[in-house]
Design a binder for this molecule. Structure first.
Ligand SMILES: Nc1ncnc2c1ncn2[C@@H]1O[C@H](COP(=O)(O)OP(=O)(O)OP(=O)(O)O)[C@@H](O)[C@H]1O
Ligand SMILES: [Mg+2]
Length: 281
């Protein structure tokens, strides 16, 4: 069998003194593989989704500790990666779209420069070719008037525009694996659909592995091939997207029936029956 793009076995992220004052595993021994497919990671706020994304990119903040039985990108052992290896793969073979674009874009550099950065680092192209590709990518992510946006600074962008710029900056490098952490949270419904369609199209065409992190189980059901359901640092259910609606797992069923809205974004989902769920751990 071919090597998966991403091979994650018993990944754990521990904080020595968690918010509670004792060690906590915010990601607690999760395992999955990612091939050229669309895989979704879904769970309520605080379940460990973003920390998983960070661990996959070597970006867990101190004093967090990452351990794994295996963590491999295209067969390469990421646990052996030093800073040089991370620089080589990040933004090239491995892309990350962060939940909040405000922290991902450099306020001092224009949109054009940031979208082209991966091309400067990892491809040999003329200036004009780079610019053409950047403009095409800005257009593809639904930004109106790409040549005007190209010259703007992040401070001049709305949240939704910033998120699209960040997605353009990641996609332009044609990564083998893209981890997208709530990439559409700052966007309205129609744009959300457009960005997800673009991600899906690229995943299919370029045989990219896409790990999409989301709150919204119903949304990912129509988008992903497979879905991992995360609860308190663990993967408690895994389903083909087509079977999600029929999952018998109580947590999956609860997530399925309470669709988050912008008003509930970032808050605990209201209708979970915690006593029932405690038994699942
Ligand atoms: N620096 C830190 N030190 C200790 N614990 C942390 C730290 N950062 C995050 N956590 C904890 O890790 C857990 C998982 O956080 P994470 O951001 O991965 O959740 P999430 O599933 O992405 O939630 P959301 O849907 O709100 O984005 C949370 O309980 C959070 O409180
Ligand atoms: Mg998160």
């Amino acid at each position: 069998m071919a090597e998966p793009l991403l091979d994650v076995d018993l990944l754990t992220v521990t904080f020595p003194t968690g918010y509670s004052g004792r060690p906590v595993a915010v990601v607690d021994g999760i395992s999955f593989t990612l091939g050229p497919e669309k895989l979704a990671l879904v769970g309520e706020s605080g379940s460990g989704k973003s920390m998983t994304a960070r661990a996959l990119l070597g970006l867990v903040p101190a004093p967090g500790e990452v351990t794994a039985h295996r963590l491999a990108l295209n067969g390469e052992d990421m646990q052996e990666f030093g800073p040089k290896d991370w620089t080589r793969v990040r933004g090239a073979a491995l892309g990350l779209v962060l939940q909040d674009p405000r922290f991902a874009l450099n306020p001092l550099h224009t949109v054009g420069r940031q979208v082209e950065e991966a091309l400067v680092l990892h491809r040999r192209l003329s200036r004009a070719e780079r610019r053409d590709r950047a403009l095409a990518m800005l257009e593809a992510v639904g930004l109106p008037n790409p040549s005007a946006v190209y010259g703007l600074y992040p401070g001049q962008l709305s949240g939704g525009m910033g998120q699209r710029v960040m997605i353009a900056a990641m996609l332009i490098a044609e990564p083998k694996v893209l981890v997208a952490d709530e990439p559409t949270s700052a966007l309205d419904e129609s744009l959300r659909r457009q960005i997800l369609d673009l991600l899906a199209q690229l995943a299919d065409e370029k045989r990219m592995g896409l790990l999409l992190i989301s709150h919204d189980l119903q949304q990912v059901a129509s988008f992903a091939d497979r879905v991992l359901v995360m609860y308190r640092g663990r993967i408690v259910d895994r389903q083909a997207a087509a079977d999600l609606a029929h999952s018998t797992h109580p947590y999956t069923r609860t997530l399925w029936s309470c669709r988050p809205s912008p008003a509930t974004y970032g808050t605990r989902l209201p209708t979970l029956d915690r006593t029932e769920l405690e038994g699942l751990r």
